[in-house]
Design a protein around this ligand. Structure first.
Ligand code: AN0
Ligand code: CP
Length: 313
């Protein structure tokens, strides 16, 4: 593995999952691997889990960590090739990536979608710019269109909680007051379609994901029908892909409630967090015995530690 941009960088998913379960069992088993090596974490956007789990994973591997917030205490970066830089941006990703590579052995980048220009977001100019110009491996900490470390942690969580060989996993859209990217949903679809699960996607009309994800997954527009017999219910909001970045009105209430969870097979409730309580999901579900979102967040250490191990080995 040279970079970790998406599941496409994973040569053998069952093997990677097995390696993650080893890391989970024995987190300090490779303390020497990262000795005298540095993980650089570059954030264009806020984070709680990604930032802390990446640091924790690096320490578990004996690494040092440098963290930088681009927005608040750095130069504004340009990512478009050939840009005439007479606007707000002071430095180009081409140069920044090479410079950061002088200080770090692995670089993680978080850069969300702007949700203004669909073509630009789906071109992934920032992450691709870093991968092109960095001279060390680059990890996607959530880019414009993908959040693979989250999906990998989700897969580890499903693997450790499943009671049947091939569980039914439902990804359901849920409401949110602000326009959010499609990244978590896109990645989750990609990973679930390669995992040993029966995957069902449900969302209101108008919230279809980019065709390359939606078409492969198929859709059940009836949320209650989708939830029937589910072993895992993964709730997530995203803004529209078609009417790009818009929040569209919905006919029904898509919040996950206990009544809806009762349609499942004692299904486990999952969310990547941060979660808006009583908007995405009710307190009753989130504080109930079948919510596993905290275990999911614990597995964020496992997912990135496994990937850093791959990149350093
Ligand atoms: C972000 C998103 O939906 O992509 C990050 C989730 C991990 N969520 C928010 O901005 C609330
Ligand atoms: N799930 C997730 O990536 O959380 P943060 O945005 O807090 O890192």
């Amino acid at each position: 593995m040279n970079n970790f941009f998406s599941i496409k960088n994973v040569a053998d998913l069952p093997e990677l999952l097995a390696s993650a379960l080893e890391v989970k069992k024995n987190p300090l088993g490779s303390l020497e691997l990262g000795k005298n090596k540095t993980l650089g974490l570059i954030f264009f956007n806020p984070s709680l889990r990604t930032r802390l789990s990446s640091q924790k994973a690096a320490y578990n591997l004996g690494m040092n960590v440098i963290t930088k917030n681009v927005g608040s205490d750095g130069w504004t970066l340009e990512s478009r090739d050939g840009a005439v830089m007479d606007g707000g941006a002071a430095e180009h990703v081409t140069d920044a990536a090479k410079v950061i590579s002088q200080y770090c052995d692995v670089i993680g980048i978080r850069c969300f979608a702007g949700l203004q220009d669909r073509i630009e977001d789906y071109q992934e100019t920032v992450l691709r710019g870093f991968m092109k110009h960095a001279t060390v491996p680059v990890i996607n900490l959530e880019s414009s269109t993908l959040h693979p470390l989250q999906s990998f942690a989700d897969l580890i969580t499903i693997e450790t909680f499943k009671k049947v060989k091939r569980p039914k996993v439902v990804l359901t859209w849920a409401p949110h007051p602000r326009a959010l990217p499609q990244a978590v949903a896109n990645s989750f679809v990609e990973w679930m379609l390669q995992a040993d699960v029966d995957f069902v996607l449900t969302h209101p009309p108008g919230y279809e994901l980019a065709p390359k994800y939606e078409t492969k997954a198929g859709v059940e527009y009836d949320q209650e029908k989708a939830l029937e017999g589910a072993d895992f219910v993964y709730a997530k909001n995203w803004s529209a892909f078609g009417e790009y970045g818009e929040i569209l009105p919905t006919e029904k209430n898509w919040t996950i409630t206990q009544e809806k969870m009762n349609l499942t097979k004692e299904g486990k409730f999952m969310h990547c967090l941060p979660v808006r309580r009583n908007v995405i999901v009710t307190d009753e579900v989130l504080d109930g015995p079948n919510a596993i979102h905290i275990e999911q967040s614990a597995n964020r250490v496992v997912s990135i530690q496994t990937i850093i191990k791959e990149l350093l080995t």
